[in-house]
Every structure is written in C-alpha cells, then in structure tokens.
Design a protein around this ligand. Structure first.
Ligand SMILES: *Cc1c(COP(=O)(O)O)cnc(C)c1O
Length: 419
C-alpha cells in the first residue's frame, strides 16, 4: 500500500501534496502519514493476534505526541527508555499498564517516577540496577515487576552501532549469569519477578538471529521454572528491519517473524510483548528538503540541500542509505550527485554518489523512510531551529511540532556567567 505516491507528477502524502505542505511550513520538514502508522501497527496486532500479546511501540523511534496518540488509540503499549519518554507516553494517553521501561542507566529518580505510575514492567539490565530498584521500591512500600534483559551473545548481523545482543555490548545481563540474577531477585522483597526480555539489535534483515534468541529464551524459561521462578511474560524486543530501497535483500516479512515467535515461544503459555520501533514508524515519514545550490566541485557535483545531519543523523552516524526522490517528477537527464547539507562537517553527507534526474536550485526533494530515528535525533547544531513535523490524515495536514523561532532557541542561554 502506497501512502506516499505521485499524483500528476507531484509527490503526495495520502491526499496532500508535499509541495503544498512545503509552501505552508517551509523546509526542511518531516511529513508523516497517519494512515501508514495505522496500517503498520494493525499489521503487528493482526499477525500477533493472541489476546495474550502486547505490542509495546518503541517510543525512541519517533516520540511525537501525535504519533504516540495515534498508536495508543489503536491499543498500542509503549517501550520507554527514560523518564522523559515515560512522561510523553502518559501524556499521549497510553495507560501505565501497557508500559515497559528499558534502558541500561535508569536512575533512582526515574525508577521512583515509574513506580508511582505503576507501569507494567521494568526491564532490568544489570545486577546493580536490580539492587537500586529494590531499594527504591521498598522505600515506597511497593514491589517492582521485573523482567531481566538477557544478553544471549548472538550476532544480529546488523550495523555494529545498532547491534545490542553480543557479549561485547553494554546491554542486558550475560545469559551465563541469568540463574544467579534470578536467584538474587527472588531474595528481594521489593522485586517481583515476572519475565524475561531480549532485544538483540535493530534493522535485522534475517530471521536466524531472532530464531537463535527465541530458542535461548525458551530454554531459559524452562530452566528458571524448574528452579521455581514464576515466568509469565516474555518480551522479545524489537529490531525487525525495513526495506530502505538500497537494493539489499528485503527484510523478513512480519508474518514469518510472528509465526517464528509463536512457534518457539507459544508453547510456554506466557504473555508475549513485542517492542517494534522502526518497523512501525520507519516508512511512515519523509524528510522534505529544498535544493539551495548546485555546486560543481573539482571531482563531484554537489546537491546542497537545506536539510542537514542535525535534522537526519542516520546517514552520518550509521552510513545509512535513504532513498532521495524529487518531489516534482521531472524527465531530466540522470546525473551523479553528492548530496550534502549545510552543516560545517564533512560528515554532513546524505549520499556520496547518487543518480538523480537533474535538479535545479529551489526544487524539493524527499528523503524517504525517515519516520524512525529521524526527528527524534534532530538537534539545533549550527543554531538551526529544530526541524518541524507534520502529520497528514487523508486530505488534511497538521503541524504536530512547529519550527521554533530563533528567539526561543537563543534565549535558552543565559549571557551573564558568574562574576
Ligand atoms: C530501540 C529498541 C527497540 C526498537 O528497535 P527497532 O529496531 O526500532 O524495532 C526495542 N526495544 C529496545 C529495548 C530498544 O532499545
């Protein structure tokens, strides 16, 4: 289903022309499709169909309130990694009983806030975190519901910066220490063990690493139950990749991923939690940018656009590929371009060599599949106002985060230091 498509040669998000949005909002801007978000979430809900499954959208992929509200209204839960994200999802109307809290560095203050809200689960990533959570819970007269995030030492076969399930990664408790960790948790009266959690990486394009991880969890569940631990929740994390259009083998289809999880984990009779981020939000957004100059370099032709690495960091952070398309189709001769932004960094490059139909200054381009890990990673580096976000629904659009003005940005500083 195409939520971003050309109509009479002009790129549209659902029923709204991108040209029209760019005229109203100015560029750069993120544009999301509400129908695409709905479609992707409902695909998860459909394929995991058991009433015993909770889809906890990974908020860090795209945490705009409008996105969270859209998903929450469809029944989504949330996976959060900070107090800020927890506050966001509560404000967006996602109830605490559908929220899990992940992350390696939860502070006592963050734990306290989450315990006050009575969230569904803490995914605990280390022994010291367990001890602190126990202390905080006891001080509040509560018991914290806990799953340990287990690091299964599996190669997710993805980019090194988004692989999380290897023994060398900072995430989770080594599976070799799992028995000890559960034994310790059972001694703590501020802790209630309820499950096991894994998340081995992001943008996975093969099923095998998932299969290995699920088998590891199934075995561990059986062992822990033998030892008398109550395991009623299995959180399989997120990580399913999307097709970025780079010509690589397509990622596994959701139906196969869900079937795999059900085949291996279904017999355990647990509640299954899934934490998809990218595969829900990734293809629901584009970054719209205007060509400022075409510059003929000594070696390359530079397409200099008004979006930079501060607006979309993935290409410079992960060498990520994003499709780039003209917003108004043209029959121009295909040319090689190095596509770059305005930031004073050589890393501010969207593509070193891209063939595009010849473009003129002033034309618009769309950088596709930018709905996840796009706007959330944006900064105001080079004192550029934070990039705005727009949500399209049918024939209408709403600015769901406006571009701040320069005063707002600069007045955050205090010019007078001490003395
Ligand atoms: C980032 C993250 C996710 C989501 O990963 P995607 O690749 O976006 O699906 C899920 N769970 C945890 C713990 C994460 O850190």
């Amino acid at each position: 289903m195409a939520f971003f498509d050309y109509r009479e040669g002009r790129l549209h998000a659902e029923g709204v022309s991108i040209n029209h949005i760019a005229e109203q909002v100015q560029t750069p801007l993120y544009c999301y499709s509400k129908a695409a978000l709905r479609h992707n979430y409902l695909a998860y809900a459909g394929h995991f169909n058991a009433e015993n499954t909770l889809i906890c959208y990974a908020v860090k992929a795209n945490s705009n309130q409008a996105v969270l509200r859209t998903l929450g209204q469809l029944g989504a839960g949330a996976d959060v990694v900070s107090e800020g994200e927890l506050r966001r999802v509560l404000l967006a109307g996602i109830p605490a009983e559908r929220i899990v809290y992940s992350g390696v560095a939860k502070t006592g203050r963050e734990m306290r806030f989450a315990l006050e809200q009575d969230i569904f689960q803490f995914n605990v990533e280390s022994e010291p975190e367990l001890e602190l959570l126990n202390e905080v819970a006891l001080s509040m007269g509560k018991r914290a519901p806990v799953a340990f995030r287990i690091n299964p030492d599996i190669d997710a076969r993805t980019h090194a910066k988004i692989s999380t399930g290897k023994a060398s990664n900072k995430f989770g408790i080594p599976w070799t220490r799992a028995h000890q960790a559960y034994a310790r948790a059972a001694e703590l009266s501020g802790i209630r063990i309820q499950g096991i959690d894994i998340h081995i990486g992001s943008q996975l394009t093969q099923l095998e690493p998932f299969e290995q991880a699920f088998i590891c969890v199934a075995e561990l569940t059986a062992e822990l139950r033998q030892l008398g631990h109550e395991i009623s929740v299995i959180d399989i994390g997120g990580g399913l990749g999307i097709d970025y259009g780079d010509g690589a083998a397509p990622p596994p289809v959701l139906a196969d991923y869900a079937a795999l999880a059900k085949r291996i984990l279904g017999p355990l009779g647990c509640r299954i939690l899934v934490e998809p981020g990218r595969s829900v939000a990734g293809n629901t957004g584009v970054l719209v940018s205007r060509v400022i100059y075409i510059k003929e370099g000594e070696l390359d032709r530079f397409l200099i656009i008004d979006a930079g690495m501060n607006d979309l960091l993935r290409p410079s952070l992960y060498d990520a590929y994003h499709e780039i398309v003209p917003v108004t189709q043209n029959a121009g001769e295909p040319l090689h371009y190095q596509v770059v932004g305005p930031i004073c960094e050589t890393g501010d490059t969207f593509s070193r060599d891209r063939i595009l139909p010849s473009l003129q200054a002033g034309e618009l381009v769309a950088i596709n599949n930018a709905g996840a890990y796009g706007a959330v990673m944006a900064s105001s580096y080079n004192t550029r106002p934070l990039v705005p976000e727009v949500l399209v629904d049918g024939e209408q659009f709403t600015v769901v985060r406006p571009r701040p003005d320069y005063a707002t940005l600069i007045d955050m500083d205090t010019p007078d230091g001490p003395g």
